[in-house]
Design a protein around this ligand. Sequence first.
Ligand code: GLP
Length: 255
Amino acid sequence: MTAQDRAPEVRVFADAAAAVDVLLGEVRAALGRRARPLLGFATGGTFHPFFARFAAELQQGAIDERAFVATHLDEYLGFPPDRRGGMVHELVSQCPPFGSMLVHGTMVPVPHDGDPERLRAHEERLQRLGGLELQLLGIGRNGHLAFNEPGTAFELGFHRTDLAESTRQDARARFSPEEPPQRAATAGIASILAARRLVLCAFGAAKAPAVRRMLRDPVGVACPATALRRHGNSLVLLDRAAAADSGLDAAPAAG
Ligand code: GLP
């Protein structure tokens, strides 16, 4: 396989809502590929329209919550599942069935104390669960994936990290009037690339420069999202605004 072959498939939609059917299709495809797959979800406003629909499918029984195990990418240090602002708290608020999955142990939270031993054990637990069949991803304005900020080695697994200033700025509203956290535990780029299927979503003009760098810049730690081009089974879903700097907007795919 050549470097070129590893470029993600990119689809451009009129708006974020139009991409939700594709995301649900990716979840269904993952459920069809193996029994009780491990599905990695992502936080951020990017996924809120998806979670509204996904939660409804789970609540109506159209997707069986016992048919998969769920996990996620990252957590602010010191944020247990019931603490507002935390990633698990967000996931459960956006998709209430995750709350009962947490109770049943089928939603696997990232250890929020960032203890290296626990993070290693978490990574091993994901492997014992069969490894990630599907990992959903957003992208930071600075090109981060999960909380892998620019400069982070691609070889790292789950680890503790300091947050970039732009990341803290973007998180300010969710913690107001408190200051946003400085540190987090995150899946490393190596953990993310170990997933068998990656689907990255970016919507809105604020993401357009990061999307261009992800797709066009040399692959390297200056833009962590370029790691996607090392994967070989990835899909990027954009709206026209997020695609605008990448020379893709003139030829939108179906959607
Ligand atoms: C946080 C998460 C990332 C996510 C990003 C984008 O930084 N750690 O995984 O991609 O937010 O968030 P939003 O979708 O709100 O733009």
